[in-house]
Ligand binder design. Structure first.
Ligand code: SAM
Length: 324
């Protein structure tokens, strides 16, 4: 069992802060002295950091105090790696660190309250995750960038549903796709790009503090909306809840579903994903089994029509639900 992964995340974060990976990836091998001049770190501290990075394969040390890029270093130099490392370091590591003490303090009971979970002691707050994120730019920025990366992978499900066929003949003034809690709008942009022949309205909804950072995509309307409030966009063909309900316990999830259901006249889809312990730590919530989805949807008068598993390895899938 490898116990060093948090230390590696920490070293990767330091490597990004000091631009070690980016430098070695573009400039070729550098001596400790050269890197010291570039970073202004103490040579002893920098030497220890670089040797640790070399020992775990993040960079190479072809000669004593000479450091060079390898494949992992080049990967770490990519913008996507900076995003992943920042997200895991800022938004996940404190949860993982706090989780044992928190669960022990709760005698390993069921965790269902987003205001009384690992998140609060981990970040020294009484706020729930998203209220706290709204006030903390670095964390919010890391989450937004990470979600954008995830969405481009998860967006594959758009290819597996007959949107074009089902949308034929719809009134072009009507909303067709409302992404509720859609973050900064990557799904809406994907929808627009993949279905240029669907003329109807595509609407991104999220908290005002999030949509303030929304992508500007032609043909996508941006709307600040709290999904616990009355759904302002009525009668859309599709409402999409991606990675939302796993943030909330059953009572809150039912509240969110009821708001959308009251606006629905057609089909509605939502995601199943595979981040269960992260959800416990961040939101006091969980991923659900099919039976649990059936119960939750049934409680608010919705029913599962179809399930599509589009990535078996990562357990990514969607459920398509309609009015029961
Ligand atoms: C895990 S992210 C999922 C983002 C996106 N749906 C996706 O699939 O990648 C959860 C999103 O819910 C939003 N959110 C949290 N509380 C909300 C609320 N009360 N009303 C609307 N959006 C909310 C957050 O701002 C964030 O964008």
């Amino acid at each position: 069992m490898r116990m060093t992964v948090p230390l590696q995340t920490s070293a990767a974060r330091i490597g990004h802060d000091l631009e070690i990976f980016q430098t070695l990836a573009v400039s070729g091998p550098k001596t400790l002295e050269q890197l010291q001049k570039q970073t202004n770190a103490h040579p002893l501290t920098l030497g220890r950091l670089l040797r640790y990075m070399a020992s775990v394969g993040m960079i190479d040390e072809p000669n004593t105090n000479l450091f060079a890029a390898n494949k992992k270093c080049k990967n770490l130099a990519n913008a996507s790696a900076v995003t992943i490392v920042t997200h895991f370091f800022e938004n996940c590591s404190p949860l993982f660190q706090e989780m044992p003490a928190f669960l022990s303090s709760k005698k390993y009971g069921d965790i269902t309250d987003g205001k009384d979970t690992v998140f609060q002691p981990a970040y020294g707050t009484h706020l729930d995750t998203y209220s706290w994120f709204a006030q903390n730019e670095i964390n919010k920025d890391a989450l937004i960038k990470y979600m954008a990366m995830e969405q481009s992978v998860r967006g594959r499900w758009l290819d597996q549903y007959p949107f074009e066929r089902e949308s034929q003949g719809l009134d072009a003034d009507k909303p067709v796709f409302v992404d509720v809690g859609g973050n900064v709008g990557h799904y809406c942009a994907l929808f627009r790009t993949r279905f240029p022949n669907i003329p109807d309205r595509v609407i991104l909804q999220d908290l005002q503090s999030t949509v303030a950072h929304a992508m500007q995509t032609p043909g996508v309307e941006v709307m600040g909306h709290d999904f616990f409030q009355d759904q302002p966009t009525k009668g859309s063909k599709y409402y999409h809840l991606g990675w939302i309900l796993h943030n909330w316990n059953d009572a809150k999830s039912a509240d969110i579903l009821r708001q959308i259901k009251s606006a629905m006249n057609a089909q509605f889809r939502l995601f199943l994903a595979s981040l269960d312990l992260v959800m416990l730590g961040a939101c006091g919530s969980r991923e659900r089994t099919v039976k649990e989805w059936e119960e939750l949807l049934g409680d608010v008068g919705l029913a599962i029509k179809e399930r599509i598993m589009y990535n078996h390895e990562l357990c990514h899938g969607i459920i398509c639900a309609t009015l029961a």
